[in-house]
Design a protein around this ligand. Structure first.
Ligand code: PAF
Length: 286
């Protein structure tokens, strides 16, 4: 496995792979790899001839006062994990090369980026879309792999790929969870032992929302309340949102019709750690 840091070297490698007729899979990450990332890399390795795992903590997607500085970083550990999972290349560019002075172009995908995460983290998805577009240009993938855990991010990237006619197939893979249901996230390391114990209530809240819908609840406020009640049991928690929305456009009708695809979205701060999670379901017919 190669570790590439220079942009020009990454471009040469991608061009060469394409000239040889190889398919390239990319797994964009911010590093501190966990089993969720591994599932993406492993899938990419089964579907593509060559796999690039990108590792770049992207300053453009962090707001003021967020955790850019303290975001966990461990390049040595990450390269070992990426190699074992089947990466051909780790691409870890420097911030100076990604955003040289004078850098000015950003990508704004419109309304889908303004709701939920976008409302609580203004500019976040502009940063995500911009860096992902750059990483796509540099790695020239045929297929790109993302985790469903960042559900709205997946919608944002799909919108960008569609609108800008990027010739890339997106694969969204299921969230990988710890035994108690907590979604794998690099940010879980911030949690104290006690916070980690109560963090599984996010999963329980999502399940309560899913159960309510399965039992026939279609009223959005009632579904949200079910999730909220569970989350209220977490001491020291601040709920940014616990919301049911339409899966494709994240709209919030008063009631979801039978057959509707619904996503349940959570963003919760436990102490100073902000966690997100989601689950998808379909509203049953009577
Ligand atoms: O999901 C992430 O880790 C990041 O948002 C991504 C897609 C790598 C862009 O920086």
């Amino acid at each position: 496995m190669q570790v590439i840091t220079a942009i020009s070297e990454m471009q040469q490698w991608s061009q060469q792979q394409r000239r040889m007729g190889k398919t390239i899979g990319v797994v964009p990450t911010m590093g501190y790899l966990h089993d969720g990332h591994c599932s993406l890399i492993e899938r990419a390795a089964t579907e593509c001839d060559a796999v690039v795992t990108t590792i770049f903590v992207n300053p453009l997607q962090f707001g003021q006062g967020e955790d850019f500085e303290r975001y966990p970083r461990d390049m040595e550990r990450d390269t070992t994990i990426a190699r074992a999972a089947g990466s051909s290349v780790v691409f870890a560019p420097t911030t100076a090369e990604m955003y040289p002075s004078g850098f000015a172009t950003t990508i704004d995908v419109g309304p889908i980026a303004e709701r939920f995460e976008g409302a609580f983290r203004p500019g976040h998805f502009r940063g995500v879309a911009t860096v992902v577009a750059k990483l796509f240009n540099l790695t020239q993938p045929h297929v790109a792999y993302f985790g469903q855990k960042d559900y709205q991010q997946c919608l944002v990237i799909s919108q960008m790929v569609r609108d800008l006619n990027m010739d890339i197939t997106l694969r969204i893979l299921p969230t990988v969870r710890d035994q108690d249901g907590l979604a794998m996230s690099s940010r879980n390391v911030y949690l104290s032992a006690e916070q980690r114990r109560t963090a599984s209530l996010l999963y329980r809240a999502l399940q309560a929302g899913i159960d309510a819908i399965a039992r026939g609840e279609r009223r959005r406020e009632h579904i949200n309340k079910r999730m909220q009640e569970i989350l209220d049991q977490i001491p020291d928690a601040r709920i940014d949102y616990a919301a049911a929305a339409t899966a494709e456009r994240l709209e919030e009708p008063d009631e979801f019709p039978p057959g509707a695809s619904v996503v349940l979205l959570l963003a919760v701060r436990i102490g100073s750690t902000r966690l997100i999670d989601n689950m998808l379901t379909t509203v049953p017919y009577d």
